[in-house]
Write a protein that binds this ligand. Structure first.
Ligand code: SF4
Ligand code: SF4
Length: 356
């Protein structure tokens, strides 16, 4: 179901500085303009778009988050957002403004990031006071019957708490729980948070067991080990286009604005400030086609490595997001990158961008 939903990185602003954060913090702080946002949603009507998702940075820090939500409501889409809950009370007040009943009516859920089964682990990753704020937000949302999902990024610090985190989510009465692999960054390497490939597999196996044992809905998010080499994720099937805070359509938010990588990377497909959604869609279809042809060639020549089975890791490597790993030659991820990084890269022109 292509273009069922659209995902917006509303802003690169954030009130936290999590140790595992994927996003580049050196870029100037900015947010998508409300004019461009409105124009994209208007064009998306032609696709019978149903749903809008907000990520960031911290999406609620968009300086006109209320207006953004009202635009979604005006176009009759549903929406949900990912949040670190630091700002939750003021956002909740805005959403419940009686003058704007559509804000709650069209809200389909809130996804909260949790990174430990206890305050010590979680706050080590996300900063002091974060755990308490999350528990407060969850208790308010539960009373109001809002659909809550929690996402946990598994790393060396919380690896021993995978099962306790499921217990905590169950005790908190959450509807669903997602585990995700950490996307490696220089900071995560420096903090010794990055698990080995074997530990990635172990985490997946433990989550698989939890799925069977627990009543709460549990899933591993994108990026887990894939049996089929020609796996097509939601981004590759164009289910949900990703628009970044600069108004650019990119492959997906998993690798967008990657810390220590080129911001003008080839995962950026088109600039919606200068081209229509339809032309951006064509460029995206073209880019996915090239991506797939490259993958088929690798399969044909038996050139995929064992670690390429981690789908988001494969993309990080393919799009040159983790070339910096050469600084860590003893690490198994880095050894894989050094072995294969230059064998496949799409070369093409991005519509809306000046030719070099
Ligand atoms: S992980 Fe999310 S909440 Fe944490 S610093 Fe990055 S954008 Fe902010
Ligand atoms: S990084 Fe690649 S595999 Fe992962 S969600 Fe994005 S396009 Fe899909």
């Amino acid at each position: 179901m292509s273009f069922y939903e659209m995902s917006f990185e509303l802003t690169n602003k954030c009130n936290l500085n999590c140790l595992h954060c994927l996003r580049d913090k050196s870029d100037m702080r900015s947010s998508i303009s409300t004019g461009l946002f409105d124009s994209i949603l208007k064009q998306a009507k032609a696709y019978s778009l149903q749903h809008v998702a907000f990520t960031g940075g911290e999406p609620t820090l968009h300086p006109q988050f209320d207006r953004i939500v009202d635009t979604v409501v005006a176009y009759d889409y549903t929406y949900h957002f990912v949040t670190n809950a630091w700002n939750f009370l003021s956002v909740w007040k805005m959403l419940n403004d009686p003058a704007h009943p559509g804000r709650m009516h069209k809200l389909s859920g809130i996804s909260i990031s949790l990174d430990g089964a206890n305050e010590t682990t979680h706050d080590f990753i996300r900063g002091k006071g974060s755990f308490k704020k999350i528990l407060q937000a969850i208790s308010i949302l539960r009373v109001k019957g809002v659909d809550i999902s929690v996402q946990i990024t598994v790393n060396k610090k919380n690896f021993g708490e995978i099962e306790q985190m499921a217990m905590l989510a169950s005790e908190l009465g959450l509807k669903r729980l997602f585990y995700a692999h950490l996307e490696p960054t220089t900071l995560a390497f420096a903090q010794d948070l990055v698990l080995s490939p074997q530990q990635y597999r172990e985490a997946e196996a433990r989550v698989e067991k939890l799925k069977k044992a627990m009543k709460i809905e549990i899933n591993f998010s994108l990026g887990h080990h894939e049996q089929l080499p020609f796996f097509q994720c939601r981004a590759l099937t164009m289910y949900s286009p990703n628009i970044d805070y600069k108004g650019r359509l990119s492959f997906c938010c998993q690798i967008s604005g990657y810390r220590d990588a080129d911001d003008e990377g080839l995962d950026v497909v088109a600039d919606l400030n200068t081209v229509s959604l339809f032309d951006a869609h064509k460029a995206w279809a073209d880019a996915i086609h090239t991506f797939n042809l490259d993958k088929i060639e690798l399969i044909k020549n038996n050139q995929l490595t064992e670690l390429d089975a981690f789908s988001c890791y494969y993309c990080s490597k393919y799009f040159g997001k983790i070339d910096w790993m050469e600084k860590f030659p003893d690490n198994p991820w880095a050894q894989d990158v050094l072995k294969t990084r230059h064998t496949h890269r799409m070369k093409r022109h991005v519509p809306g961008r000046k030719k070099p």
